[in-house]
Design a protein around this ligand. Sequence first.
Ligand SMILES: NC(=O)c1ccc[n+]([C@@H]2O[C@H](COP(=O)([O-])OP(=O)(O)OC[C@H]3O[C@@H](n4cnc5c(N)ncnc54)[C@H](OP(=O)(O)O)[C@@H]3O)[C@@H](O)[C@H]2O)c1
Length: 291
Amino acid sequence: MFSSDSIILKNKKIGFIGAGNMTQHILEPLLKDNILKSDQIFVSNRSASKLQKLKDKLNIISCNSNEELLEKSDIIILSVKPQDLYEALEPVLAYFEPRHEVISLAAGASLKSLSKLLPKVSLLSRVMLSTAVKIKQSAIAYDFMKNGQFAQSEDDGAFNVKSLFSPLGKLFFLKGDQAFRAFTVGSGSGVALVYELMIYWQGWLKDYGITEKMAEQITQQSFLAASKMAINEEQSIEDLQQAVTSTKGITIEALDAMRASNLEGQLHHAFEQARLKDVKLANLKTIDNTK
Ligand SMILES: NC(=O)c1ccc[n+]([C@@H]2O[C@H](COP(=O)([O-])OP(=O)(O)OC[C@H]3O[C@@H](n4cnc5c(N)ncnc54)[C@H](OP(=O)(O)O)[C@@H]3O)[C@@H](O)[C@H]2O)c1
C-alpha cells in the first residue's frame, strides 16, 4: 500500500552520491515503509566494497561512477562528507542539468556556494538531519533555492524534500547559515549532548546501589517521560516543570542547586564551543571557500 508521499515519489529516480552511514540510515526506513522502492534508488560511492555491501543489504541499483548516477537519476542527494564534496562534484559539474533536483546533506555547505557551483540546477535544497532518522525521530532542517533565488516560504516548493524526509522525523524550514549552524549543534549534536546527561543520571543512581540495568532503564524512562509530556501536553516546558515542583519539596532543592552552579552558563559555553568548531570546519578547504 502506497502512502501519499510514496505516490509523489513513485516516478522519481533518486540517486545518492555516497553509500555511507547517512544514506543507509535514510534508505532503510523509507524502503521498509514502502515510501521508496529499491528499483528507483541509484547509489554511487568512492570505494566499490561499501557500495556492494549496501546493494547486498538493500537491493539498490549501484552505479559505477557519479556520471552514471547523474545520467540515471532525477533527484540527486549529495551524501558525502563536507570535506569530500568539492572533489566529488568538480569532475561531474558538466553533467548536472536543469532536470535535476539536488539535495545536499553536507553539514556546513551553504546553499549560496552550492548554487554557484551548480548554476544549471533549478531546484536546490539543503537538508540537515541526525542519526535519529533511523528511528524516524530526527529533527530535520531544510532550506531551498529555486532558479537561483532563495525560497521565501516553505510553500514555495521543495515538495520532494518534504515527501522524502517528513517520514523520517519532524521538518523545520530554516533560513540562513547561522540558523543551520545552531540547528547542527542543538539537534545534530543534541542527541549526544542528552546522552551525556543520561550517563551522569544513571551513574548517580548506581552510586546508591541500584543495578546497572535498572539505573539505565530508570534513566531512559525519565528522559522518555519528559520528552513525551513536553510533546503531548499543551503547556510550555517551564509550566510543566513548575507543575511538578512544589515550593517546599525535594525537586526544588535540586533545581536551586543546578541554577546556583550555573549549569545554564556551562551548557551555553559547551554549545558555543561546538558552534565555533562548525565555523572553523567551514573555513577549511570545503565547497564554501574553493569557489
Ligand atoms: N552520519 C551522521 O550522523 C550525519 C548527521 C548529519 C549530517 N550528516 C551529513 O551526511 C553526509 C554523509 O555523512 P555520513 O556520515 O554518511 O558519511 P560517511 O559514512 O563517511 O559516508 C560518506 C560516503 O561518501 C563516499 N564518498 C566520498 N567521496 C566520494 C566521491 N567522490 N564519490 C562518491 N562517493 C564518495 C565515501 O566513500 P568511501 O568512504 O567508501 O571511500 C563514503 O562512503 C555528510 O555530508 C554529513 O555532513 C551526517
